[in-house]
Ligand binder design. Structure first.
Ligand code: HSE
Length: 311
């Protein structure tokens, strides 16, 4: 194989109650990436279409992740790797833009190399790409992008990820208000200590949500989608947040929350039809504001990164 084209998906990190540990993978939003072997050794960015991002290999999250991966190969590959990135996921939107670049790059490079690493082994390299983007190797977006479905980051040092099943037929509706909330800002506003009372409610919800996924219990899943620790602070940064969730739930959504560090808001629905109904009411809420926005619906992608073409 000389060249590979992939679809690298957007992801929802946190999933309300699981700050920095839970994540899930989307299907209809994602980047296109093409990676090819080159005669010249090393990793380089060929082109970036759609966004202004670093072209320098040591600064771009995609190449940083691949460079980290190549360091652990027993032997140098004997070829170089060129990465073309076609960005559809806006950086800073809260649906794992940098994670898609990093996860997609290590997945595709691994294919070009003949798959020396398993999907789980690729996660720490992709997380190094996240370090380049936001200063910390957080895996709650790269894990679902690489593994698909829902994932739980059981530990971050060393990174250990558990794959979780999804609720049958589950659909997400996501609204991305076009306002900028830097991940660093939305992390800085969080208190460093939490009240025991809130922590008890939170870990009860994480446990219940995981049980709901394993037992395909949409009702319990809906009842567990609450965040008592992070959302009360971050939601103040997102106009109409409470209204979006309230109207979505009235239209049949199971619940929702802030996607990653925002500003995107996600809601889950039990099927596609409900997800579309939800998108209509969410649209009505935001239409009244002067803020531009995009709305997406997507089923849960249980595969993660997908190969589109190989040659
Ligand atoms: N979990 C991170 C946060 C974002 O909410 O700040 C995604 O890694």
């Amino acid at each position: 194989m000389k060249e590979i084209e992939i679809f690298s998906p957007a992801t929802i990190a946190n999933v309300s109650c699981g700050f920095d540990v839970l994540g899930c993978c989307l299907d209809s939003i994602g980047d296109k990436m093409v990676l090819r072997k080159t005669d010249e050794p090393g990793v380089r960015i060929g082109k970036i279409i759609g966004e202004k991002l670093p072209m320098e290999a040591e600064k771009n999250v995609a190449s940083v992740a691949v460079i980290e991966m190549l360091k652990d190969l027993k032997e140098a590959p004997g070829f170089g790797i060129e990465i073309d990135i076609y960005k559809n996921i806006k950086p800073g939107s809260g649906v794992g833009s940098s994670a898609a670049s990093a996860a997609g790059a290590v997945f595709a490079a691994n294919e070009l190399l003949g798959n020396p690493f398993s999907s789980h082994q690729l996660i720490p390299y992709a997380a190094e790409g996240e370090r380049a983007a936001c200063g910390a190797p957080i895996a709650d977006n790269v894990a679902p992008a690489l593994l698909g479905g829902f994932t739980l980051v059981k530990s971050d040092d060393p990174i250990k990820v558990i794959e979780l099943p999804s609720i049958e037929g589950l659909y997400a509706t996501i609204i991305h208000p076009q306002i900028e909330i830097k991940t660093s800002v939305s992390r800085d506003i969080l208190p460093q200590t939490v009240k025991l009372k809130s922590a008890i409610k939170q870990w009860a919800n994480v446990g219940a949500l995981i049980h709901a996924l394993h037992t395909n219990d949409a009702h319990l899943f809906a009842d567990s989608l609450n965040d008592y620790i992070v959302e009360p602070h971050r939601s103040k940064l997102i106009p109409e947040f409470d209204n979006v969730i309230k109207n979505a739930v009235e239209a049949g959504a199971l619940g929702g929350g802030i996607s990653g560090s925002g500003p995107s808001i996600f809601t889950f629905s039990k099927d596609e039809q409900t997800a579309h109904k939800v998108s209509i009411v969410v649209d009505k809420v935001y239409n009244k504001t002067k803020i531009p926005y995009h709305i997406y619906t997507s089923k849960i992608n249980v595969e993660g990164v997908k190969i589109v073409k190989r040659q």
